[in-house]
Write a protein that binds this ligand. Structure first.
Ligand SMILES: [Zn+2]
Length: 357
């Protein structure tokens, strides 16, 4: 930690190795703002100078703090100051009992940064984010090394945010290589990868190379492993005289891979087809509303149920309209032709391989 209380209970923020030497020489006791235990000053070569509890402390405030977390906070402060922000470390908001890693201030703006290196449950993420909203502070979650990957999975997915310009977005900080980057415009087919610091560069598209045949095989796998949700949809399919294994190829196209759906996205799409199969005309609103039932809000605290439903529903309607199955007139939808169901997965894979679907 970079913040302690001095003998007069004033907040002391440790910033440099030189300052650490001065504080040590002064010999004043420094106490933890949370548990008020006396802290030691660590001033080695590898890490930024910082305060630490003595070993055996059971203080709950983020101890022991990882090397990555200390380095990352220091780095973020450096970048934020260079961008003209006033920066404070480890600011405690007593009203919500939360401590932000960093708080950035400009006249009229207070912004919290959380550099997340440890695992965090969706529920805690939701609580902490709601806490900041309660005190009128916007928060940006930045993900540390544990979350690095080539493509997003559920591990990162719960930290996704959404904006009108950049769509779904995640941000990462590598404290050792001193880099920050963003993934944005995230969909199941790829995403933009943009270096933000120290040298901003234009975004580069990173495709996600998943073939339709691979996607179609997931249906077979789900059934082979007796996946509960897939088995339930399979029996709905039988009632309609179709086979889940032969479900239309369009359910695998342009998947969003958005986090927070209760079932696999292709499976929710099949449910949607079974639901709207016989409708003559219906509304875009009803179609989007339908998706809300298949979102688990707790798993996407930053996006929220409505945004996830919107993302998944819009992509699905776009692909159905784009491939000529549906037509949209204002707020109404109407079938032009049914997507083709195959008798079984082999016939479907055959059609995919021949490019005839
Ligand atoms: Zn403490």
């Amino acid at each position: 930690m970079f913040v302690a209380l001095d003998a007069r209970d004033e907040r002391i923020q440790i910033e440099t190795h030189e300052q650490a030497v001065r504080l040590r020489t002064a010999g004043t006791p420094y106490r933890c703002p949370a548990c008020r235990e006396e802290l030691i000053i660590r001033n080695g070569r590898v890490l930024p100078a910082h305060f630490a509890h003595r070993s055996g402390s059971d203080c709950v405030v983020g101890e022991p703090e990882s090397r990555d977390h200390l380095l990352g906070k220091h780095l973020l402060a450096e970048w934020a100051r260079a961008a003209g922000w006033q920066v404070d470390f480890e600011v405690y908001f007593s009203g919500i009992k939360q401590r932000a890693d960093l708080v950035l201030r400009r006249p009229g703006t207070v912004h919290a940064l959380e550099f997340q290196c440890a695992p965090l449950s969706g529920q805690r993420l939701a609580e902490r984010t709601a806490g900041y909203a309660q005190v009128g502070v916007t928060v940006q979650w930045l993900l540390g090394p544990r979350y690095f990957a080539d493509h997003p999975t559920a591990v990162q997915g719960k930290f996704e945010t959404w904006g009108p310009e950049r769509g779904r977005e995640l941000r990462f900080v590598d404290p050792r290589r001193r880099r920050m980057w963003a993934w944005w415009g995230i969909t199941g087919t790829g995403m933009q990868v943009e270096e933000l610091a120290p040298y901003p560069r234009p975004a580069v598209w990173r495709p996600r190379g998943v073939s339709l045949a691979q996607e179609a095989s997931r249906v077979v796998q789900a059934l082979a492993y007796r996946d509960k949700a897939a088995v339930a949809v399979q029996s709905m399919c039988y009632e309609r005289g179709v086979n889940l294994g032969g479900c239309p190829v369009v359910v695998h196209r342009c998947l969003t891979a958005v986090a927070g759906l209760t079932d696999k996205e292709w499976l929710v799409r099949v449910r949607w087809l079974l639901r709207f199969w016989r409708e003559r005309v219906w509304s875009v609103t009803a179609s989007k509303q339908w998706w809300c039932d298949y979102v688990e809000p707790a798993r996407v605290p930053l996006l929220g149920q409505r945004s996830v439903a919107e993302v998944a529903a819009t992509a699905w309607l776009d692909v159905l309209i784009g491939e000529g199955y549906l037509v949209r007139e204002g707020n109404t939808l109407r079938w032009i032709r049914w997507p083709r169901w195959y008798a079984d997965v082999d016939r479907k894979l055959g059609a995919i391989n021949r490019g005839e679907y």
